[in-house]
Ligand binder design. Structure first.
Ligand code: ADP
Ligand code: MG
Length: 726
């Protein structure tokens, strides 16, 4: 067996391994079918193959003797197939009975609806069977046990790989190919992590780690190997984020805003309530950023109702105070419109210098609104006023990102609900900073950016997804809020209770929301079903109440009109799709009924629930639904158990895994195959700490060439250019 290894004389890099196709492996040449099967599961190179890590390990010395296993308990036995019988049960189900022997006794493995097991486990096959032991007609058996083929692989510990059933690759096939790759291609791997760092944090060497992960000498070695390789995944990610963060801080010229001026003072002193101490802390951190020479790049995390909007408005106002403009971007039209209404109300009556040369003349502070629904005429007028500086704060959706939108002097950007916008959109808005003017030095200044999210995410996830931002957490709700009483209404009696509550609250002068079931298909279908739900409720549970309908298909004007009449109290119950998920703020609404709640995600349910409990009155949330899946049930249980968004976020991460959180970022580098944001919190933090140590001692990674090369290999062209421009 010979394959093209790395250039002789030096250790191989990950890029080297990626340059060798799996077709060059002797083991694959000997099994041409494997080549196509690997292709099917996306394993093309030796790097892909050796990063297809074992799912678990079986320690042959720890297996149990069949003679001593106990009924009712989970057991794992290593045994040889002695007899195979396939038949059909009386009701037609395929049934395979396999008798296995391990030297101590016999056990029967019974499989239902898995007729292929007869082919998989012919007589003489040695395999590991794991499952609960039960007794049937007097004999010990396992029903549908987990089966791991270990073939003729030797060694005390056997690695079990995720199998690719469709492609027809078993764990032992992978074992053979990986062993081949390790022996004939990988050789010695370069280790880009400085010896000192390894020693300090007790991280194993890379070549050893890769070997022990696949062919461990003992369980401890496998764990140690995996820890190192998982650390590498996280370190790559953190290095990219930290490099990006430091680069922006170092290179971009920011605006040194004047903070704590008269305008801000007037704004804060007119508020009908004092700031919470969390809001004060947030404003202080933001002020420090705004006053500093580098552009702010900060994430404001705060649970639903924690009062982020006010913090955002204060930041925008600081820009306006210094003669700059502010931009406030929201993810939906409803939210943008509501922010516009809210911000206008908060800022009503505030004056700014007219700036048209007329000394001492003041004009009203101007807030503009731009969404896709803004008419062409309005839009043209808005663009002109924006360029001339007559608009102080522009609020809108992603319509703000279009080329025609040009500010005269953009100073602060607030992006609400960041998780709905991509990194690119953040950058696009930032690039709308002051246009270069000949000689002017405010010219190339980069605006300050505040990113807000009302979907709390766990600390380790925030570190990873928003690792290039500084973070402020609003961890306190304004006083006087009564906690929302949440009921999982899982049967007709509880459901009747929910509608009863709606009627009682409306009778007491309060209002309610009903969120319609999610319907598969287009927005149009969703809208139609929402309209039908209104009809149904009017005819049944909510007869006599004034119902309104809100969904994404309504023209902007109608949406605004519906929201306005709900705010004014002319609608008792707003029946809506999830368009009301973010930010809708009507303190008089005290009941939220969510139909088919088990279909929604935790974050979404938490957001929806956050639409009530916004005033001083007691509020209720009813989650209707059966909990049709175990996950759905777990979600509803979690929602009923706590209103703490951060706690829910942890549960969410637990239930969904991290894929969804990492989602859209650079894919190669964020491929966490071994590391888990959930299970390896300490390692996530360690990777971040090490990334800062390395970048702060060596900002361009000039003294860490091997690390730099590895990162270059993992990121795309654009990122590479950004991170490593000389
Ligand atoms: P978030 O955007 O964080 O969900 P909002 O900014 O919409 O929260 O604020 C929720 C509600 O709390 C609003 O009605 C707002 O006026 C009110 N609010 C904000 N800060 C305070 C405070 N310090 N004291 C009392 N009420 C507050
Ligand atoms: Mg908000």
């Amino acid at each position: 067996m010979s394959a093209t290894g790395p250039p002789t004389g030096r250790a191989s890099t990950l890029a080297d391994l990626d340059a060798v196709g799996v077709g060059e492996l002797g083991s694959v040449k000997a099994h041409p079918k494997w080549f196509d099967a690997l292709e099917q599961v996306g394993i093309r190179t030796v790097l892909d193959l050796v990063t297809h890590y074992p799912r678990r390990y079986i320690d042959r010395t720890l297996r149990e003797d069949i003679a001593t296993i106990v009924e009712g308990q989970e057991s794992t036995v290593l045994a040889t197939v002695r007899k195979v019988a396939s038949r059909r049960t009386r009701n037609g189900r395929a049934m395979v009975e396999i008798d296995v022997f391990d030297g101590s006794s016999y056990l029967r493995a019974t499989f239902f609806n898995q007729s292929w097991r007869a082919r998989q486990l012919p007589e003489g096959t040695e395999a590991v069977f794991s499952g609960k032991v039960d007794r049937y007609k007097g004999r010990l058996q396992m029903t549908n046990p987990l089966v791991d083929l270990i073939g003729n692989r030797t060694g005390r510990i056997v690695a079990i790989y995720p199998e690719s059933e469709k492609a027809g690759l078993s764990s032992q096939d992978y074992g053979i190919m990986v062993e081949d790759a390790l022996a004939n291609v990988v050789g010695t791997l370069e280790d880009p992590l400085p010896e000192a760092v390894r020693a300090e944090h007790n991280l194993a060497e890379r070549t050893w780690s890769l070997h022990q992960t696949h062919l461990p000498e003992h369980m401890g070695a496998a764990q140690r190997g995996r820890r190192r390789l998982g650390f590498d995944e996280l370190l790559r990610l953190q290095l990219i984020l930290v490099l990006r963060k430091r680069l922006i801080e170092r290179e971009a010229i920011g605006i040194r805003h004047q903070v704590g001026g008269a305008l801000i003072h007037r704004f804060l002193s007119r508020l009908p309530f004092p700031l919470t101490s969390a809001q004060q802390r947030a404003l202080a951190e933001i002020d420090a950023d705004l006053a500093g020479p580098h552009p702010m790049h900060r994430l404001l995390q705060g649970d639903v109702g924690s009062g982020k909007t006010l913090v955002a408005v204060a930041a925008l106002l600081t820009a306006v105070e210094g003669g700059h403009q502010g931009a406030f971007m929201a993810p939906t039209e409803v939210l943008a419109e509501q922010h516009a209404a809210g911000v206008r109300a908060l800022l009503a009556g505030l004056q700014v210098p007219a700036g048209d040369g007329s000394l001492f003349a003041d004009r009203d502070l101007a807030v503009g609104l731009l969404t896709n629904r803004t008419t062409a005429t309005e839009r043209r007028a808005l663009h002109a006023r924006l360029r001339s500086g007559e608009i102080d704060i522009l609020i809108g959706t992603h319509a703000l990102l279009t080329d025609a939108v040009a500010f005269s002097d953009l100073g602060v950007i607030v992006i609400d609900e960041q998780h709905r916008f991509g990194v690119e959109q953040r950058a696009a808005l930032r690039s709308k900073g002051g246009q270069p003017e000949a000689g002017g030095d405010k010219a190339a200044a980069v605006p300050d950016v505040l990113v807000m999210t009302a979907t709390p995410i766990p600390r380790t996830a925030a570190m990873t997804v928003f690792g290039d931002l500084d973070t402020t957490v609003l961890d306190e709700l304004p006083p006087g809020r009564t906690p929302i009483d949440t009921t999982w209404a899982r049967g007709p009696i509880e459901e009747a209770g929910a509608w009863e509550r709606v009627r009682a609250e409306v009778a007491a002068g309060r209002q309610a929301y009903v969120v319609c079931p999610l319907v598969e298909g287009s927005e149009k279908i969703q809208a139609r079903s929402a309209a039908e739900e209104v009809e149904r409720l009017v005819a049944a549970e909510l007869t006599g109440l004034r119902l309104g309908l809100l969904h994404g298909q309504l023209p902007a004007r109608d949406k605004e009109a519906v929201m306005a009449s709900f705010r004014a109290g002319d609608i008792d119950v707003l029946v809506a799709t999830t368009v009301i998920e973010v930010g809708v703020d009507v303190p008089n609404a005290t009941v939220m009924v969510i139909e088919d709640a088990d279909r929604f995600g935790i974050a979404q349910l938490h957001q929806l629930r956050g639409r009530v409990g916004r005033g001083a009155d007691r509020s209720w949330c009813y989650l209707l639904g059966e909990g049709s899946t175990p996950e759905g049930e777990a979600r509803l249980k979690a929602l009923a158990a706590t209103t703490d968004g951060f706690e829910l976020a942890e549960i969410d991460l637990e239930l969904r895994g991290e894929g969804t959180i990492l989602g859209t970022r650079q894919k190669g580098a964020t491929d966490l195959k071994l590391a888990s944001l959930r299970r390896h919190r300490k390692t996530v933090e360690l990777a971040r700490q090490v990334a800062f140590e390395i970048v702060d001692s060596d900002p361009s990674l000039a003294d860490h060439q091997e690390l730099a090369d590895e990162i270059r290999f993992f990121v795309d062209d654009e990122e590479r250019e950004f991170l490593f421009k000389s």
